[in-house]
Design a protein around this ligand. Structure first.
Ligand SMILES: [Fe+2]
Length: 332
């Protein structure tokens, strides 16, 4: 894997009201990661994606079975950090209690989420070169269970990011309920079922058994419909979601500014999204336009220039359009 480009957010200036945690352990990939290959990797074709709905995805990877990401020691550090960050949780229309932007507050969390070792490992699984998400609020998202028993942690949905892993920070074996689930079907299928008032067929819902803290699944979250169920008796359920994007800037952006601005502080997410778009266009120009040799390829050069411009124009249009309703497919 080529050297990762620096993240467009420097993380030296924290957003207003954000403070860095003190006395954190240092993230040590050799000790804190334990990357073990998943047994099963599902393809989007197996989920029913075909034609245009498949062409929309950068790769046909859908999701994995459960695999280990962090060591026991790493997961224990992350648990203590999650507990320190718990006072800063917020609510939105989909998730009752989540912590976003934790990568500004915790260097350990940031180093884990930006880890080139993890990005390379996930790239190998997905079959496409990936890099950590260039929107800081799409890194290290942490879900905490709602205090009310039975309330789902997160509703059926697809993600506002392309690729992500969902990892348990607490040990799911000590809980009743609280399963992470994904549906072996397409977004359109779920949409049609929900509009018809029908539940998802239970025999196509996968509820992978999680053997402990530090284990998770990896998915193309833009296409795999998933949710997190509520606990059925009192307990603690904490999970982390980390986002990735394709390294190749020719793939279109999937970040939904209108959704993010409904969830995250506008003064933070607008800057993050603007820099994310600028970084995308810059990487496109670097990788395509500036690599060109002498040739009379007027059409190619014109297309490259237009593509770079359209990355920026599309982002500007989304920023002007502003907030949109948060999308999800409901509870059951
Ligand atoms: Fe999700």
């Amino acid at each position: 894997m080529s050297d990762p480009s620096p993240h467009p957010m420097a993380f030296t200036d924290l957003p207003p009201g954000f403070f860095a945690l003190e006395d954190e352990p240092e993230f040590d990939p050799a000790r804190h990661l334990q990357l073990e290959a998943p047994e099963t990797v599902y393809r989007l074709g197996e989920f029913g994606y075909e034609g245009e709905s498949l062409a929309d995805a950068p790769v046909d990877f859908a999701a994995t079975s459960v695999f280990r990401i962090m060591s026991e020691e790493g997961a224990a550090h992350l648990y203590r950090i999650a507990k320190s960050l718990e006072p800063f949780t917020t609510s939105n229309a989909r998730v009752e209690r989540n912590l976003r932007g934790g990568v500004y507050r915790s260097k350990y969390l940031r180093d884990l989420c930006l880890s080139p070792e993890v990005a390379e490992f996930m790239s190998g699984i997905a079959g496409i070169e990936l890099m950590p998400h260039t929107i800081a609020h799409q890194l290290g998202h942490i879900n905490f269970n709602p205090p009310e028993i039975g309330r789902n942690v997160d509703k059926w949905h697809v993600d506002t990011l392309r690729f992500d892993y969902v990892m348990f920070i607490t040990d799911p074996r000590s809980n009743e309920g609280g399963q992470f689930q994904y549906f072996k079907g397409t977004r359109d299928e779920v949409d049609a079922l929900k509009k018809a008032g029908k539940p998802l067929p239970p025999d196509r819902i996968i509820s992978p058994a999680m053997p402990g803290a530090g284990y998770g699944i990896f998915q193309q979250g833009s296409h795999v419909v998933h949710r997190a169920k509520g606990l059925t008796r009192p307990g603690e359920r904490i999970t982390m979601v980390n986002g990735y994007i394709p390294c190749d800037p020719a793939f279109s952006d999937h970040a939904a500014y209108g959704q993010l601005v409904g969830v995250d502080p506008a003064e933070v997410v607008t800057i993050e999204y603007g820099k994310h778009a600028a970084d995308h266009a810059r990487r496109y120009i670097d990788r395509y336009l500036l690599q060109r040799d002498f040739a009379d390829d007027r059409e190619g050069v014109a297309e490259d220039l237009e593509k770079a411009a359209s990355i920026l124009q599309t982002a500007a249009r989304y920023i002007r359009a502003g907030r949109q309703e948060i999308e999800h497919f409901g509870e059951d």
